[in-house]
Design a protein around this ligand. Structure first.
Ligand SMILES: *[C@@H]1O[C@H](CO)[C@@H](O)[C@H](O)[C@H]1NC(C)=O
Ligand SMILES: *[C@@H]1O[C@H](CO)[C@@H](O)[C@H](O)[C@H]1NC(C)=O
Length: 187
């Protein structure tokens, strides 16, 4: 009995140092795991065509709001549209559907026609089926080539960041457009 009591401080010290060593190993392990996660980041390039139809009986983008002065503005400043635009494999509207671009875009430039886009590109094909990327940024639609930020994603694209290069493929007086998208995402 007396012997055991004498050993107690020693045992406590052994236990404390064991716990400290374990905690350190755990921390090192989590740093290692984080490093590995960074090392396995994937860079993917996606190419597809965006079909925005504002004219006709079945538009894919409709004006949902505007300011009293919008109609008098040369850039339709203040007009806000809600879109559900098909994304296809080639510029042909009847080519394979790969997803839909759903969200809002509005006229945000008073001097120059410029759009602010807040859209979710939801993919419905192959390995990306059910995954989305979020695009938010300025789209100076009259420039032949624009760059838009990819600010996030879901599914395969969880934690995605990247950029989209948008090039007008076709545009007509009614406002309808077919735009080629080349998106680079890291996730
Ligand atoms: C995409 O996923 C949905 C839901 O899981 C499924 O119904 C559909 O068939 C899939 N489409 C393709 C092209 O794989
Ligand atoms: C798409 O973007 C990638 C990366 O910026 C580039 O390497 C590729 O050439 C582009 N493709 C087209 C068709 O523009």
């Amino acid at each position: 009995m007396a012997n055991n009591t004498a050993l107690l401080p020693l045992m406590i010290m052994v236990v404390i140092s064991l716990v400290m060593a374990l905690a350190e190993a755990k921390w090192a392990e989590s740093v290692e795991a984080r490093k590995e996660a960074t090392a396995t980041e994937t860079v993917t390039n996606l190419q597809f065509y965006f079909h925005d139809t504002v004219s006709g009986k079945n538009p894919s983008a409709i004006r949902v709001a505007q300011a009293p002065a919008t109609e008098k503005s040369p850039t339709l400043f203040g007009a806000l549209l809600m879109a559900d635009d098909p994304l296809t494999e080639t510029p042909d509207p009847n080519s394979k559907l790969v997803g839909r671009a759903q969200g809002l875009y509005g006229s945000s430039g008073k001097q120059e026609l410029g759009l602010i886009m807040a859209m979710s590109f939801a993919f419905t094909d192959g390995t990306y089926n059910g995954s989305t990327i979020s695009i938010f940024g300025k789209n100076p639609a009259m420039h032949p080539v624009r760059e838009l930020p990819v600010v996030g994603g879901t599914g395969v694209f969880r934690l995605a960041r990247g950029y989209a290069i948008a090039k007008t493929h076709w545009f007509d007086g009614s406002g309808d457009a077919i735009v080629g998208y080349n998106v680079t995402v890291i996730y």
